[in-house]
Design a binder for this molecule. Structure first.
Ligand code: FAD
Ligand code: FES
Length: 283
């Protein structure tokens, strides 16, 4: 059992929870994630480790309420417990001092990119962060990202803060002006990671994306999270979730990501109707 010690609403439908998980924090590295189950019959949901402190044992997760399980998670309050959290999972990012990295984050993707920006910043790498959201209200982790970045650029779809339009347009503009970072890291919706990878490929800039393929066990056994990278099948839970964005078959992944839409819709409808989702997910 993991007691929620802190809960914050960062933006509409985006929440932060902090739990005491010293055994996970002792081994956590940027780029890794956990799989949690709210209760014994809960669905297993992967969430990136948004922050961890090996000294205090505090583990931070940030999630967007997009369906039944994340909406249910959002109802927990400080003092409530999450049944189990498994991790850290996934291959840690290999982070070494570079001259310059660009961190491109979309929506809730800012939280997973934060540990990577922080790690590069600590090593003395110049960090340029590009943060995109639908509206000003949806921008999260602004202070944290500013603390670990040398420069931050914002964009919103409606122009309520920063550049009006997509964050990938800001990226394209900087590359057109001659910026040549050692690496661009992109975390956000699949369409945004595909577009960012298309842009950087034109300029020959190394690009790392973090794939949110549908995961079940998170340990390489079920095959649910398989993706095609450079023509080869990879299990993103153990061989990723970070991959070379120029080699990922995004179109296949986007199609695979939609394969349970009917069941997801039904589970949400049952949950909202007060039935608590399908029987296998009821407490
Ligand atoms: C490695 C990894 C790290 C992630 N980190 C974060 C994070 O830090 N914050 C965050 O808000 N979200 C994160 N996600 C996505 C998060 O796991 C899904 O939003 C969540 O599982 C949705 O569950 P649901 O029941 O609320 O929604 P559902 O209605 O079940 O699904 C909504 C959509 O979420 C995706 N999804 C559903 N189930 C899964 C699953 N088991 N694994 C992956 N995607 C799924 C699908 O695209 C689906 O269409 C991460 C995903 C992965 C794979
Ligand atoms: S989630 Fe089962 S193999 Fe990756």
């Amino acid at each position: 059992m993991y007691k929620i010690l802190k809960k914050e609403t960062l933006a509409p439908k985006i929440k932060l929870v902090e739990v005491n998980a010293p055994e996970i924090c002792a081994h956590a590295h940027p780029g890794q994630f956990v799989v949690l189950r709210m209760h014994e019959r809960g669905e297993r949901i992967p969430l990136t480790i948004a922050d961890s402190d090996a000294k205090t044992g505090l583990l931070t997760m940030v999630f967007q309420e997009v369906g039944k399980s994340t909406t249910e998670l959002g109802t927990l309050n400080e003092g409530d417990c999450i049944q189990d959290i498994v991790g850290p999972l996934g291959t840690p990012r290999d982070i070494e001092k570079l001259d310059c990295v660009v961190c491109v984050a979309g929506g809730v993707g800012v939280a997973p990119i934060y540990p990577e920006a922080k790690a590069y910043h600590r090593l003395g790498t110049r960090v340029i962060s590009l943060i995109g959201a639908q509206t000003k209200d949806m921008l999260i982790f602004k202070d944290r990202m500013e603390q670990v970045s040398d420069e931050v650029y914002y964009s919103t779809d409606d122009g309520s803060f920063g550049h009006k339009g997509f964050v990938t347009e800001v990226l394209c503009d900087l590359l057109e002006k001659g910026l040549r970072p050692d690496e661009v890291i992109v975390i956000g919706p699949l369409l945004m990671m595909r577009e960012a990878s298309r842009v950087t490929a034109k300029f020959g800039v190394k690009t790392i994306v973090s794939l949110n393929a549908i995961m079940v066990d998170g340990t390489g056994m079920c095959g649910s999270c398989r993706v095609t990278v450079d023509g080869e099948t990879k299990f993103s839970c153990v061989e990723g979730p970070a991959f070379d964005g120029h080699k990922v078959d995004f179109n296949e992944l986007i199609a695979r990501q939609r394969r349970f839409l009917a069941e997801e819709k039904l589970a949400m409808e049952h949950y909202l109707a007060g039935a608590g989702g399908c029987k296998c997910h009821q407490k």
